[in-house]
Unconditional design. Structure first.
Ligand SMILES: Cc1cc2nc3c(=O)[nH]c(=O)nc-3n(C[C@H](O)[C@H](O)[C@H](O)COP(=O)(O)OP(=O)(O)OC[C@H]3O[C@@H](n4cnc5c(N)ncnc54)[C@H](O)[C@@H]3O)c2cc1C
Length: 390
């Protein structure tokens, strides 16, 4: 097989699928290449949250707010049920130390434009049953939402195909062709595809693609173990995380790390899907490309969940699984062309935010490739930001 296209997108996760959709919609000829099947990576082993409150105030939160806006029309646009719902979200606060950190975090989030407040535990209990009386408070934002990531990927792909995109599964990119410092195509296990632009959307495997042109990308797989319960009647009324989640994610103030958080970086995240299953997650660990769950990880997640919402441990568990978040040192994705090889574009490193940020990522990538500019300062997301640190 030897074919030609405008753009090759590498990776059939939520990011590659979104980019394929937004580029095809703007008339570009795109071939998406996935080594296994859609959602083989983190996008098929994750929670469902579009949680604005977990985003760092500033550009991170601005991206999430824009993405959430785009989500509002997405189901209609894709003509596919993606189970998008604005359900509201809470960050549970266990100690006065956490309250101090969260007050500052919430103040800065409000300054960036998020609708969020802090409630005492009495008021928190009015909007979510079953909270531990030992909690000191909670935040609440009506704007947090969730979506089914598998249906979302299906929706992006199906619609992209109607715009002329081609998708190749069970096809691994094994090399990149360049000439005079420019991308000329990709070599795959099923032949060569000629292109002028390639988008590396391989999530935690993006560094493997980078190595093919001698690039050292600062992305590492960060394992997240998670639990799924049986289907139960509506119980989790809003998406919920613990304040520990924020610190595990950003290492904000390790002074309130405790036995539960420990070296596994357990920060609780709980949400209930359309069918009634409850997701209870998750760990944040550097364990290479290992996607096994561990007794220790699952035990610690349950211990933390039981401490904050005691009744939750009464539900039966039907599945545990783990995914690899594509971690970057500053918690922001890497989006943009690289300087070394013309036509080599990166869109990876979304850590725990890829589902939330998928629409806005597709928008930014398509605008940068087609228009040469986008609505935010693209330098803030470019790979070069890490080089300027040294
Ligand atoms: C436990 C857990 C909970 C999470 N919860 C949330 C949440 O609630 N909300 C949220 O926004 N995010 C969440 N995330 C994060 C989210 O899952 C990721 O940010 C997102 O899925 C990353 O998408 P991606 O497309 O970049 O990567 P992936 O989904 O990993 O996709 C990369 C794809 O590239 C393919 N690939 C790799 N190498 C090659 C190659 N050589 N050739 C062809 N294809 C290749 C892989 O097979 C894979 O399918 C969670 C993650 C975990 C682990």
């Amino acid at each position: 097989m030897s074919r030609k296209t405008d753009i090759v997108v590498i990776g059939g996760g939520v990011i590659g699928a979104s980019i394929t959709y937004y580029l095809s919609k703007r008339g570009k000829k795109v071939i998406l290449v996935e080594k296994k099947d859609f959602a083989f990576g983190s996008s098929g082993a994750c929670d469902q949250m579009i949680f604005l409150q977990t985003k760092n105030p500033g550009i991170h939160l601005e991206l999430a707010i824009e993405s959430k806006k785009m989500y509002k029309n997405l189901e209609k646009e894709l003509n596919h049920p993606i189970e998008f719902q604005t359900i509201g979200g809470m960050v549970l606060i266990e100690t006065e130390d956490q309250m101090r950190v969260m007050k500052e975090f919430v103040k800065r989030q409000k300054e960036t434009g998020l609708n969020v407040e802090i409630l005492d535990i009495k008021d928190g209990t009015k909007i979510q049953e079953g909270l531990s009386p030992d909690l000191v408070g909670t935040t609440y934002s009506p704007d947090d939402a969730h979506v089914n990531s598998l249906e979302l990927i299906k929706g992006y792909i199906k619609k992209a195909v109607t715009f002329g995109a081609e998708v190749l599964v069970n096809t691994e990119v094994i090399g990149i062709r360049t000439k005079n410092g420019k991308v000329k195509g990709v070599e795959t296990t099923k032949g060569t595809i000629g292109c002028e632009v390639l988008v590396n959307a391989a999530g935690s495997w993006a560094p493997v693609i980078g190595e093919m042109i001698g690039l050292d990308l600062p992305i590492r797989p960060r394992r997240g173990q998670i639990i799924l319960t049986e289907e139960v009647p509506p119980y989790i009324k809003h998406d919920i995380i613990s304040a520990n989640y924020i610190t595990a994610k950003y290492s904000l103030d390790r002074s309130f790390d405790n036995d539960v958080l420990g070296k596994l970086g357990v920060g609780l995240a709980i949400s209930q899907n359309h069918r009634g299953n409850i997701f209870i997650g998750a760990t944040r660990e550097f364990a290479g490309y290992n996607t096994e769950t561990t007794r220790e990880g699952i035990r610690r997640i349950l211990k933390h969940a039981g401490k904050l919402i005691p009744g939750i441990v009464n539900f039966n568990i039907i599945r545990t699984f783990a995914g690899l978040r594509p971690y970057t040192p500053d918690g922001l994705p890497i989006i943009g062309y690289v300087d070394e090889v013309e036509g080599f574009f990166i869109a990876a490193g979304h850590e725990g935010d890829g589902i939330c940020l998928s629409p806005v990522t597709g928008k930014i990538v398509s605008e940068l490739i087609i228009d040469g500019k986008t609505f935010i300062d693209a330098k803030l997301l470019n790979l070069n930001r890490f080089r300027h640190l040294t």
